[in-house]
Design a protein around this ligand. Structure first.
Ligand SMILES: O=C[C@H](O)[C@H](O)[C@H](O)COP(=O)(O)O
Length: 217
């Protein structure tokens, strides 16, 4: 199976989790694109979706699923999203598609965060995937210097402007032994909007497609 077929397979496996929940939080990325295509088949059963990016909003609207404002809907029962890395504690690195801030907001506002990914995303220790950090544009160099002090090698994702009109630094060289502590430390740097480390609020259920199997933990 190709990586894309594995993403499609795991996207399909998430459907039982969104039955009868009314309004769903929907993430961003290539795995979620498959998930939205499956949602389209059951759209009669879905009241609407809260979207984590402009790209996802466009896709949801295109398939006929109403997109709702998080402020208008209160706590969500279920949020489904992909990840760039997943450790055994269900802590994640996210933001490869620059959608980390809205994704983190929806994850925080959801009772159950279902993470879906192909098997290549599983790791023992987070950090081989460069850690995305969304920053206010004028703070970019300052934040980069602070990240160097923490032992990282930040690289500006040039040309990338997030949906919130900010910039992204991708931080290489971290082997993240203590994800919650690092998340807190980076959050505390002035000018940081969001770090793509989902550790204090990890996923609740992870579905991973590994060949023919779906592994759930
Ligand atoms: O900003 C993007 C998101 O965090 C994605 O969920 C993450 O990058 C995984 O994307 P994909 O499903 O394309 O591997």
């Amino acid at each position: 199976m190709t990586q894309d077929e594995l993403k499609q397979k795991v996207a399909h496996a998430a459907l039982p989790y969104v039955k009868d929940v009314g309004i769903i939080g929907v993430g961003t990325g290539s795995t979620i694109k498959h998930f939205i295509n499956y949602l389209a088949d059951i759209k009669g059963e879905i009241e609407g979706a809260v979207s984590s990016s402009e790209g996802t909003t466009e896709h949801l609207k295109k398939v006929g699923i109403p997109v709702l404002d998080l402020n208008a809907v209160g706590p969500l029962q279920v949020y489904v999203d992909g990840a760039d890395e997943i450790n055994p504690l269900k802590q994640l690195i996210k933001g490869g598609g620059a959608a980390l801030t809205r994704e983190k907001i929806i994850a925080a506002a959801s009772e159950k965060f279902i993470c879906i990914a192909d098997g290549s995303k599983r790791v023992d220790v987070l950090g081989a995937f460069p850690l995305p950090v969304e920053v206010i544009p004028m703070a970019r160099s300052y934040v980069a210097r602070e990240l160097v002090k923490l032992g990282g090698q930040p690289v500006w994702r040039e040309g990338c402007v997030t949906d919130n009109h900010n910039h992204i630094l991708d931080v290489h060289g971290f082997s993240i032994a203590e994800p919650i502590a690092l998340e807190r430390t980076i959050n505390n740097i002035t000018g940081v909007v969001c770090v793509g480390l989902f550790a204090a609020r990890p996923a609740d259920i992870v579905l991973v497609s590994d060949g023919e199997q779906i592994i759930t933990f």
